[in-house]
Design a protein around this ligand. Structure first.
Ligand code: ADE
Ligand code: ZN
Length: 325
């Protein structure tokens, strides 16, 4: 393997991780038992067999029902702590984790249970050497009204949530649908990022919108920007961060998009590598960086650059970033 101890030794930030996507089959079974939820499977092998998908839509059709086992504050704490332990082993010193409140509140789980559980884990993660933060994502295939309600519900927890993002099914749900919600979130002091998923019908139009209308600091995925040289130049000039997820890409598009990621990196854009939904896509951040490095034959310097980029485009205190890089 590609000098894995070297990869693990590099201090890095994980900036594109859906905490619900870290639900490993073992924990899913444990939570199902604890909460008396019948998930229809009783062994790890049976659960793994349901992790069968070929694109984003078929992935999401497995992903959301799996969350039914997440019910109590304790469940969210346990989920996040299990992740932070894996992150620490991968050399992650900074983790800005996504969570999807609407995937839980729509099932009757209180917003407070989600945030309180995750926040306890965030505080506990310091003891593992991981400085963590929460990014709340709106589900783009839900209504604007639902996003507005979610933003309002988050305001009492404003000091525990660093930013907002946008995820779920992009088709038919372009960024401008949420422009006003993101304006309000920015007004409230949230940092902004958004998913621009791989090979969408309107990828370039949507990337232009997030850069020009929404005013994001980062784009999650976003490698289709290569189709428009002037947008590439603009993203470089503005220091826009990209959180690219090779193993996820190979599930939702059957390709890692390693060449695209590497092209952007070599053009000097702030490209980082992240894991998206590691329990489903076969690997955490170290696995993703290793897979990209092997496939593209990255030099040691390039691997170091990717790790450094992740820290530089993180939303950590700049003095902390200086100490890490
Ligand atoms: N939610 C969780 N994972 C996602 C992905 N890869 N794309 C869009 N929404 C998501
Ligand atoms: Zn994602």
């Amino acid at each position: 393997s590609y000098d894995r101890p070297f990869i693990d030794s590099l201090p890095k930030a994980e900036l594109h991780l859906h905490i619900e996507g870290t639900l490993e089959p073992e924990l899913k079974l444990e939570l199902a038992r604890r909460n008396g939820v019948d998930i229809g499977q009783s062994t790890v092998e049976q659960v793994r067999a349901t992790y069968d998908f070929t694109d984003l839509t078929s992935f999401l059709a497995v992903y959301y029902p799996a969350m039914e086992v997440l019910v109590t504050e304790q469940d969210f704490y346990d989920l996040a702590m299990a992740y932070f332990e894996r992150a620490a082993a991968d050399g992650v010193v900074r983790a800005e984790i996504f969570f999807d409140p609407q995937a839980h509140t729509s099932r009757g789980v209180p917003f407070a249970a989600v945030v309180d559980g995750l926040w306890s884990a965030v505080q506990e993660a310091r003891g593992l050497g991981v400085e963590a933060a929460l990014i709340m994502c709106f589900l783009r295939d839900h209504s604007v009204e639902s996003a507005e309600e979610t933003l309002a519900a988050s305001l009492p927890y404003r000091d525990r949530i660093l930013g907002v993002g946008l995820d779920s099914d992009e088709r038919g749900n372009p960024p401008e649908k949420f422009a006003a919600v993101f304006d309000a979130a920015k007004q409230a002091g949230y940092r902004l990022t958004m998913h621009c998923d791989i090979d969408q019908e309107q990828s370039i139009a949507n990337i232009a919108t997030v850069l020009h209308r929404i005013g994001v600091e980062r784009i999650d995925h976003g490698t289709n920007i290569l189709e428009d040289g002037s947008l590439v130049a603009e993203a470089k000039e503005r220091g826009i961060g990209f959180t690219c997820c090779p193993l996820s890409n190979s599930f939702v598009t059957e390709q890692m998009k390693g060449q695209e990621i590497t092209d952007l990196l070599r053009q000097g854009l702030k490209v980082s590598v992240a894991s998206d939904d590691p329990a489903y896509f076969g690997g955490y951040v170290g696995d993703n960086l290793e897979a990209l490095a092997i496939a593209q034959e990255l030099s040691r310097e390039e691997v170091v650059q990717v790790a450094r980029n992740s820290l530089e485009i993180s939303w950590a205190d700049p003095q902390r970033v200086d100490a890490w890089v």
